[in-house]
Design a protein around this ligand. Structure first.
Ligand code: SF4
Ligand code: SF4
Length: 446
């Protein structure tokens, strides 16, 4: 029996994973038209490398990354370039995107082939394949993986943590891949360990996935230096800092410090699978597993989806909605991003499409703080969310900064637990934007 570990603080929202957890991953239908934003990652957007009328094959480069912190974009299908112009994006304003009309052939670029000798590759060659494949963190953050695997000189990494927590309610994509492709995930983890010259890795999985713990443990058993660690069921157990604290007992200092400052690199289960496919098959990141679920979806599913497929196409493949849609979210209900239109494309960071019915999505009216302290006990970052909310409401920016507003990771635990339904995360997000814009104006004047 594995002893379960965890971190201080956190909350216990109902996990609602039973809607889709038993659904095997299915390939989604390849649509006739795909829209590929040039920005699907944290960092600089890519530059389009195709023009209207060009023919492309699946896996061919269509967006070049010219900066270190960026990730190239590849064609998810074969066909003809129909447009290179601004298009709607699931995270905010329209961005430059390449639209491809399918030729119905799904013909792949000749370079995408299995390399039988991939295990003999040097670390720098593995890293190059990861960079060229445009891989980013698939848990939702979409930080370029090659950058994470290139710690600055002087930073020694001693441990890799494979994040198999998937603590957001409803989402089951990582759970399914841990059940269906554990060997490939662990092979990807091994490649990451080779790049970082690390001989120890932990696989963190919450206790609500006993079958995934079993499946990953079976494969890890034959691997030296790779251990499965069961974790208590608590949100946000999958946040990097909380995962590191739970498994290793190490505290990542406040920003700008990162996990690598305590010798750790964390990679999500789906990212490890993508690394394996990139290195063994030279396959760029052109598809991912997406959970399409929620109370308003008729037939929730885990779908392997070509990037650029529209949310509406996927919802249609899940039997459409039951008619009472209250809210559509990209990701989970705690940290996901609300959507106002369904013609937006799946991007590299789309872990799920959650469609809630009106009753579930109805907002409670926010009332005055009753000083119960529940948000303080829940905050995994040891902040004072009650005061941060009040200061942001009243525009007391200096006070909010003194209370370390920028340490807030916007996990939503405080708002979730608040009996007065106060919208602290919303207020804190607005507060951060306001403080940054004041700082910019000040810098421009000086
Ligand atoms: S203050 Fe920020 S980090 Fe703390 S619980 Fe609220 S959202 Fe999470
Ligand atoms: S949980 Fe809500 S009511 Fe309680 S102290 Fe925090 S903000 Fe106030």
């Amino acid at each position: 029996m594995i002893k379960l570990k965890t971190f201080p603080g956190g909350v216990h929202p109902p996990d609602r994973k039973s809607l889709s957890v038993h659904k095997q991953i299915e390939p989604a239908v390849i649509p006739n038209v795909i829209v590929c934003p040039m920005s699907q990652h944290i960092g600089a957007p890519c530059q389009p490398r195709v023009k209207e009328g060009d023919k492309v094959k699946a896996g061919q480069l269509i967006g070049q990354a010219d900066s270190f912190v960026s990730a190239p974009v590849h064609a998810p299908i074969s066909g003809t370039i129909k447009a290179v112009c601004l298009a709607p994006h699931p995270i905010g304003k329209p961005v430059m995107a390449v639209t491809i009309e399918s030729d119905g052939l799904d013909a792949w670029d000749d370079a995408i082939q299995e390399d039988l000798y991939y295990s003999r590759l040097e670390p720098k060659d593995i890293l190059n394949r990861v960079r060229n494949a445009g891989i980013v963190g698939l848990g939702g953050a979409a930080f370029p993986t090659a950058v994470k695997l290139s710690p600055p000189k002087g930073k020694r990494i001693d441990t890799v943590i494979l994040n198999g927590v998937e603590c957001e309610p409803y989402l089951t994509a990582d759970h399914r891949i841990m059940l269906e492709e554990p060997e490939k995930i662990i092979a990807g983890l091994r490649l990451i360990m080779k790049v970082l010259n690390v001989d120890r890795a932990f696989i963190g999985i919450e206790s609500n996935k006993p079958d995934a713990i079993e499946s990953m443990s079976k494969v890890a058993k034959g691997e030296s230096g790779i251990y499965v660690q069961g974790l208590k069921l608590k949100y946000p157990q999958g946040a990097e800092k909380q995962l590191i604290k739970a498994i290793l007992g190490r505290e990542v200092p406040p920003p700008p410090c990162l996990p690598l400052d305590v010798g750790v690199v964390v990679q999500n289960a789906g990212t490890c699978l993508a690394v394996y496919e990139a290195v063994r098959d030279n396959k760029p990141l052109v598809e991912r597993v997406v959970t399409v679920t929620g109370s308003a979806i008729n037939d929730p599913k885990n779908l392997r989806v070509r990037l650029g497929t529209s949310f509406s196409d996927l919802i249609a493949q899940c039997g459409n909605t039951n008619g009472s849609v209250g809210k559509v979210i990209m990701g989970g209900p705690m940290m996901g991003i609300a959507q106002h239109r369904l013609d937006v494309p799946v991007i590299k960071g789309t872990s799920g499409i959650l469609v809630l019915n009106r009753k579930e999505a109805a907002k409670q009216e926010s009332r005055a703080c009753i000083r119960c302290g529940q948000c303080i006990r829940a905050c995994p970052m040891n902040l004072l969310p009650n005061l941060l909310g009040i200061y942001c409401e009243k525009g007391r920016w200096e006070d909010a900064e003194k209370l370390h507003i920028f340490d807030c990771m916007e996990c939503g635990s405080c708002s979730y637990i608040c009996p007065a339904s106060r919208q602290m995360v919303h207020l804190i997000k607005l507060g951060k934007q306001e403080i940054l814009s004041i700082q910019k104006k000040r810098e421009a004047k000086s």
